[in-house]
Ligand binder design. Structure first.
Ligand SMILES: Cc1cc2nc3c(=O)[nH]c(=O)nc-3n(C[C@H](O)[C@H](O)[C@H](O)COP(=O)(O)OP(=O)(O)OC[C@H]3O[C@@H](n4cnc5c(N)ncnc54)[C@H](O)[C@@H]3O)c2cc1C
Length: 388
């Protein structure tokens, strides 16, 4: 088993790096590297640049407009993008919903939704969680009732990331209220339809990425149901498995480590031996996490599926929080100042590179919650791998 990326990919990495140098506007990269939530303008502009190059859906199969890369190339591409400072794109659409559409959708649905997503013309939100259904997602209560050629939807979704930018929301809804998992369906909702109300939730770093979504007699065409009625739990599970597969967050961890080192050098904290040792420990943790990810990928390529998603999620999220904490510490007294998300002027003094650090650190308390909380991941490990 190889625990390193095959050198045959070196040329590909160079190609990506060279293109990013040329294609990524410097001001956009600077904004991203400040760690605030990416603006919708930057996301849209970057999506268009990627689409023009044919690299918008790096993990998409060629037949749906992807570049036809293998998963090593996808990983290299994402790493290089993060290190260069590219804005986040529509991850819910590209990484979560698109695979469900091309796996379970009809040809008409694929044609309707995949090309505009790839072109950067449509933005998606994920409407799974509800006020009383998070970890226990199967207890969700948003109802969809068939009425002729339509479904009528009523309910509330919560924590819906970036849905205030969205054109479409993919939702899990109950179509059979008597059944639990077997009564769930996967539907697409027009985010601008009558009856959809979106209310912001402002996070601890004063940023707005989260929302509540109220669905009040919202009508969708019946053929906006994906796959079969009452089979949505299976489709949602595929989506959540995919979400977890990305959850080691190696590219984000690498970028955060790079920023930490830069920051620690700028502020002089790196001269503190104890602090430098903790940075080195975090770097060793990141190498171990990368080896674990490469091992999982190698095993998968060899046909033996090493079921490691939950372990990667725990390790990746905890490391991200550790690196965030070290960054705040590296800022010294400036680490105690909140520079709210989106603030550009009237910044208190302090190294510019550190302006978004505390807001990001506070927001990233959520990494051990979203995508399935770490407590739930530990239960999965105990049940599946340790057979407890
Ligand atoms: C920043 C952020 C972005 C998000 N984005 C989205 C989004 O775009 N779309 C979407 O649908 N959802 C989104 N979510 C919701 C996310 O998936 C849920 O928050 C998560 O699944 C946990 O559910 P909950 O918040 O209802 O907490 P709960 O399920 O109520 O859990 C509360 C606490 O109890 C623990 N707990 C619960 N059950 C158990 C158990 N059986 N054993 C042990 N411990 C348990 C949990 O680990 C947690 O610590 C987002 C959340 C956050 C914080």
């Amino acid at each position: 088993m190889k625990l390193q990326i095959d050198p045959k990919y070196d040329a590909f990495r160079e190609e990506v790096r060279a293109w990013l140098k040329e294609a990524l506007p410097a001001d956009m990269a600077a904004r991203t590297l400040q760690c605030y939530h990416t603006t919708i303008e930057d996301r849209r502009a970057w999506s268009k640049i990627l689409a023009a190059k044919g690299w918008a859906g790096p993990a998409w199969p060629k037949q749906y407009g992807g570049p036809g890369w293998d998963e090593w190339q996808v990983m290299i591409f994402e790493e290089e993008c993060y290190l260069a400072g590219t804005p986040m794109v529509d991850e819910a659409g590209f990484k979560l919903c698109a695979p469900v559409i091309w796996t379970f959708g009809t040809d008409e649905q694929k044609q309707r939704w995949l090309p505009p997503l790839l072109a950067g013309d449509q933005y998606w939100g994920q409407g799974f969680s509800e006020p009383n259904a998070g970890s226990d997602l199967a207890s969700l209560s948003t109802r969809a009732v068939r009425d002729g050629d339509e479904y009528v939807i009523n309910g509330t979704k919560i924590w819906t990331t970036d849905v205030h930018y969205a054109d479409l929301i993919f939702c899990l809804v109950k179509t059979d209220p008597e059944a639990k998992q077997r009564g769930i369906s996967f539907v697409i909702v027009d985010a601008k339809a009558p009856g959809v109300t979106i209310r912001p939730i402002i996070d601890i770093g004063e940023g707005h990425s989260l929302n509540e979504v109220f669905l009040d007699n919202v009508r969708i065409p019946a053929d906006w149901l994906i796959g079969e009625e009452n089979k949505g739990w299976g489709y949602g599970k595929l989506l959540l498995d995919n979400e977890r597969a990305y959850s080691a967050e190696i590219p984000r961890n690498k970028r955060t480590l790079a920023r930490l080192k830069k920051l620690a050098h700028e502020t002089g904290m790196i001269e503190d031996e104890g602090f430098a040792l903790r940075v080195a420990e975090a770097e060793a943790d990141l190498s171990a996490l990368e080896f674990m990810t490469l091992r999982a990928m190698a095993e998968k390529a060899g046909g033996t599926n090493f079921p490691v998603g939950s372990i990667l999620k725990i390790r990746g999220s905890e490391l991200l929080q550790k690196l965030g904490g070290l960054q705040v510490e590296a800022l010294g007294p400036y680490g105690a100042v909140v520079y709210p998300h989106g603030a550009t002027n009237d910044m208190p003094p302090g190294p510019a590179i550190g302006h978004g650090v505390l807001a990001d650190f506070m927001y990233r308390r959520a990494v051990t919650i979203y995508g399935g909380s770490n407590e739930i991941q530990r239960t999965i490990i105990a049940k599946s791998y340790l057979e407890l």
